[in-house]
Design a protein around this ligand. Structure first.
Ligand SMILES: *Cc1c(COP(=O)(O)O)cnc(C)c1O
Length: 611
């Protein structure tokens, strides 16, 4: 896996050249160069890079693929879309998105009052706003205010109670009344770890009986002409196309039936989200079995077929894809702080004049290992290690011998990996499992990759440099929280290999890709590690890049303030304790304390260069 599966997950957004990973856009800067430039300003700890051109690329492909399919099937409906804010509400993401959205008339979807306020404040004037999720009177009122501001607003009803509140609000606020959408409860559901949003037992949507009741209620209150959309969402990251087709058939028929019942302004089918992202970096595992072209063709074709069969107008197609739009725009850069067995080098050996025979034999194995005996010597070294550890427990060899054993076995296994490459796959896997190197990364997995912690979702990861060298260490990744869950294990089925770097001589960074959807807002402040420093990378007309909108990770005082600590009290307590102590350099300690309180919580470790 020398290219870290970049051809599988990166969608040509990044490429490897001259040993580094580069942005496939404009002047094609390397991520290493960008990272260095940010660190030159004194920033330490993890960095989240945002690339607005990748937001544009995704929006553009969504619209152009749907419009292509519409044209090629001579479909009479149009395509519209909104971005679901729950996927990423961070201001620097939203401001880039809204800028780009203008030319597509791409709008925003809100699932709570706070998200609706973001949409009302920043959405482009003529672009749609849809409002989903459970709604109280306040949220419905906000929807009416949005309509009065001139936004093309649709309130999607999740239950009949909400409809009653809308009917009341319509009486109170009068025209313009927002459009009304009905979320339908399908018997089809999605698959995979995010599949809970669909199906007959799902948390959301109206059953057939409730739909009939809703239409009657609307009719009775003279609001049926406000009913413009049916909505469903069968779950996020739908990896296979079949459940989508099944749901569409069901929704298409419900649409046609409702039209026939007199819902004459019903002209939108909203498919929700679910468009999947390919996260895999391994050839034998794929997270998505369809392309966007196939997806759009299927949607347009199926809806056309149903409309023709049932003799109703072809509906406009509406989507709320979030993951697909946002995932690729953000890359998390994490500095490697330590390799735990870095001391296992030949230099670390403390061989004696007379070593125990088995240690001497290990040394001989190490010196004579070659491609034809590598596997055999690997086995021998493991045997010897077992025996030597037993000898240690029984008191026959000393700590120095034991240390030599550890080092030699490590060196032999590393050499065996290098010498066998992909010759004997099964044995190689066993070897790799034996010599995992633990890479300590300056980041919090809970803060920056919460879906790994919560759902086991893997994100593509690769080093920023040395990509012209074969990596030989099977790697497990550790974060800096004091929690044993803060680890990404080495997995023989999806192995990650990294380089054997000497951090005293060079810096080594890992990048996690496709982290722009959900991760930021779901991130937890475990151990009080907060959102990493973020930087937006913009390209100007000449293709040069600029680093914009830097937001440094919160200072320790800000973190404590957010937790509702009285930070004045904290500071005065600390001062008093120092004043009351018997130490001599009080002034200096206060100064240091003040500097540390204003720095962020991530580790600030400088690489110490040898000589
Ligand atoms: C979460 C959600 C979306 C976005 O789903 P993605 O899988 O991120 O595209 C769209 N619509 C609704 C109603 C949602 O709840």
């Amino acid at each position: 896996m020398k290219n870290y599966g970049i051809d599988i997950w990166s969608n040509n957004d990044f490429f490897i050249d001259e040993g580094v990973v580069k942005v496939n856009h404009a002047s094609c800067p390397s991520l290493y160069e960008i990272t260095k430039k940010i660190r030159d300003t004194g920033i330490r700890g993890p960095i989240l890079l945002r690339f607005p051109h990748l937001i544009k690329k995704q929006i553009d492909s969504l619209f152009s693929e749907f419009n292509r399919a519409i044209k090629s099937f001579e479909y009479k409906g149009r395509f519209n879309a909104v971005f679901p804010l729950k996927v990423n509400q961070f201001p620097n993401f939203v401001s880039s998105l809204v800028d780009i959205a203008k030319e597509y008339n791409y709008g925003l979807e809100a699932g709570s009052k706070a998200e609706l306020i973001i949409a009302m404040a920043y959405n482009n004037k003529n672009a749609p706003i849809t409002v989903n999720g459970f709604k109280d009177k306040g949220m419905i009122t906000l929807g009416f205010i949005a309509a009065k501001m001139g936004y093309d607003t649709t309130l999607t009803i999740e239950g009949l109670g909400e409809l009653e509140n809308i009917i009341e609000a319509a009486k109170e606020y009068k025209d313009p009344i927002p459009n009304i959408g009905l979320r339908i409860r399908l018997h089809s559901s999605g698959i995979g770890i995010w599949a809970k949003s669909g199906g007959i037992n799902s948390k959301f949507g109206l059953t057939s009986t409730e739909l009939l009741e809703a239409v009657e209620l609307l009719k009775k209150n003279d609001l049926l002409d406000r009913f413009t959309m049916i909505h469903f969402h069968i779950g996020s990251q739908i990896g296979e196309i079949n459940p989508v087709k099944k749901a569409l058939r069901e929704a298409g028929n419900i649409y046609a039936e409702l039209k026939k019942m007199g819902a004459k302004n019903l002209n939108n089918i909203n498919l929700g989200g679910g468009l999947a992202v390919e996260y895999s970096q391994h050839e034998h595992i794929h997270n998505r079995n369809y392309t966007l072209t196939e997806f759009t063709n299927d949607v347009v074709f199926l809806l056309k077929e149903i409309a023709t069969q049932k003799g109703v107008d072809e509906p406009d197609i509406f989507t709320e894809s979030g993951r697909f739009i946002a995932a690729s725009h953000a890359v998390l850069i994490t500095p490697v702080l330590e390799l735990f067995s870095q001391e296992y080098t030949e230099k670390g050996l403390r061989l004696k004049k007379h070593n125990p025979p088995l240690v001497q034999e290990l040394y001989d194995l190490y010196k004579t290992i070659n491609p034809s005996n590598a596997i055999e010597y690997f086995h021998d070294s493991l045997d010897h290690m077992e025996s030597l550890l037993t000898l240690f427990d029984l008191g026959y060899i000393d700590l120095q011998d034991r240390s030599n054993t550890e080092i030699l076995v490590h060196l032999i296994i590393k050499k065996a990996i290098e010498l066998t490459k992909d010759k004997d796959r099964y044995e190689l896997k066993r070897i790799q499992d034996r010599v995992q190197e633990r890479y300590l990364l300056n980041f919090s997995l809970f803060q920056s990759l919460p879906d790994y912690w919560g759902l086991g979702q893997r994100f593509p990861v690769m080093p920023l440099s040395r990509l012209d060298e074969t990596p030989t260490r099977s790697a497990s990744l550790w974060d800096i929280t004091c929690d044993s869950d803060g680890e990404i294990d080495f997995n023989v089925e999806r192995p990650l290999f990294l380089h054997d770097v000497d951090l005293k001589k060079e810096e080594y960074f890992l990048a996690f890709f496709l982290v722009g959807a959900y991760q930021e807002i779901l991130g937890m402040k475990h151990n009080l590690f907060t959102h990493p420093t973020e930087v937006t990378v913009e390209f100007d007309e000449d293709g040069n890049y600029r680093l914009e909108k830097m937001v440094e990770a919160q200072s320790i005082l800000d973190i404590l303030y957010d937790l509702d600590y009285d930070i004045n009290e904290i500071q005065s307590n600390l001062k008093q304790l120092i004043a009351a102590s018997s130490c001599e350099d009080k002034e200096r300690l206060l100064e240091i304390l003040s500097i540390l309180l204003h720095e962020n919580n991530y580790l600030k470790i400088e690489v110490k260069k040898d000589g």
